[in-house]
Design a binder for this molecule. Structure first.
Ligand SMILES: *Cc1c(COP(=O)(O)O)cnc(C)c1O
Length: 368
């Protein structure tokens, strides 16, 4: 059996007639940049979150950068983010001229360990970027309490957490803004790069919309200098077809996670992911910790099971951050987990027989 890590082909086949129709519509109406499909998707996403504004942008990385710039973050400032994430969560801080400050991960939930936040706050701290990694929400009670006490902005990186909840509330709606990626493999994925920002503050929304469009809300009326970060019509049209399916796809991911939990429970060499009881996890990734991880991964590869590592090197230990000279003891949990974590195949269309095959193959490896 061949089990891919994600299967975008199968999802396309299930909705191909709708997708093909909207693609033809975008092309025949030549609404390639901005236009009706983009404004329609903006209202759909905004309404699905019940927020005042949704600003479509070119990708999830720009979404963070645009938010930070529009909040006035720049040289001399510090922004706190997490030691294990995709590099967008920290490179965007540096791009504004500010300095990223990393916090170690929680040993159970893989997300920012909020008990360490206070120790990272100094006179130059301006903002916190909680990353709802793998689809598991960060403890937003803790983040918001600390942000309030110190007057910090909160930019929630929701790239892996569409529809995830903390205390029954959607992530992205706690902080000043919530940023999303619609990269093809994300829980809501376009057929190219796309991203967006949700926000309830009209002034901040206006700034972000302007900054993302060369500093102009009206053509040629450049109030500031900005960047070119726009969602294109094709991506917006495709996302509008997919968004109504997202609740069902999320439930399918959660069901698949339940199956993994049941079936993996007998394998003592594996640690399954834990969920904070206040969190509704959306399982962008199902990340286990495994003894002899690299040998297991190679064995699964031979059996036709594709896996991933998210991420092979925690952010502070990347060459890109050599300048800080971090030691393993600065981020002991992230450092320890980098050799143990393994992401198993996870997508809505994954079948129970495929899950059985993945689990049986893991069992076979440890019985050898
Ligand atoms: C994917 C991702 C991003 C960036 O999104 P792009 O659309 O690829 O630019 C940011 N943060 C996290 C945690 C991600 O997983």
């Amino acid at each position: 059996m061949e089990i891919p890590f994600v299967d975008l082909t199968q999802q396309y086949q299930n909705i191909s007639s709708e997708i093909d129709a909207v693609i033809r519509d975008v092309i025949s109406s030549c609404s390639f940049i901005k236009g009706k499909h983009v404004s329609d998707f903006e209202s759909m996403y905004r309404d699905s979150y019940g927020v005042k504004e949704f600003i479509s942008v070119a990708n999830g990385t720009d979404a963070i950068y645009i938010a930070l710039k529009s909040l006035g973050i720049g040289p001399g400032d510090e922004v706190i983010t997490v030691a294990n994430s995709w590099i967008s969560s920290s490179e965007t801080i540096s791009q504004t001229g500010a300095t990223p400050v990393f916090v170690d991960i929680h040993p159970d939930y893989y997300t920012m360990d909020t008990s360490l936040l206070d120790s990272k706050i100094g006179p130059n701290t301006k903002a916190i970027i909680p990353v709802h990694l793998f689809g598991h929400a960060v403890d937003m009670d803790a983040v918001m309490a600390i942000a309030k006490a110190h007057g910090l902005f909160v930019v929630e990186d929701c790239a892996q957490a569409h529809f995830a909840q903390f205390n029954g509330q959607r992530v992205g709606t706690f902080g000043d803004v919530g940023t999303f990626s619609f990269f093809p493999g994300k829980n809501l994925g376009a057929y190219g790069d796309a991203g967006g920002i949700i926000c309830n503050d009209p002034d901040l929304s206006r700034k972000m919309r302007m900054f993302a469009n060369h500093g102009a809300l009206v053509k040629h009326a450049h109030e500031i200098e900005g960047i070119n970060s726009r969602m294109d019509g094709l991506q917006a049209a495709i996302l509008s077809v997919k968004l109504p399916h997202l609740s069902k796809w999320t439930a399918q991911r959660q069901h698949n996670a339940d199956l993994y939990y049941q079936k993996l429970s007998g394998i003592s060499e594996i640690q399954v992911p834990q969920t904070d009881s206040r969190v509704a996890h959306v399982y962008h990734l199902y990340v286990i910790r495994a003894e002899k991880r690299d040998e297991l991964r190679a064995f699964l590869q031979k059996k036709g099971v594709a896996t991933g590592i998210h991420y092979p090197t925690p952010l502070p230990f990347l060459k890109a951050y050599e300048r800080f000279g971090f030691l393993p003891s600065d981020f002991p949990v992230a450092h320890d987990y980098q050799l143990k974590i393994l992401s198993l195949p996870m997508y809505p269309e994954l079948s129970e027989s495929q899950i059985d095959y993945v689990v049986d193959s893991i069992g076979e490896f440890y019985e050898k």
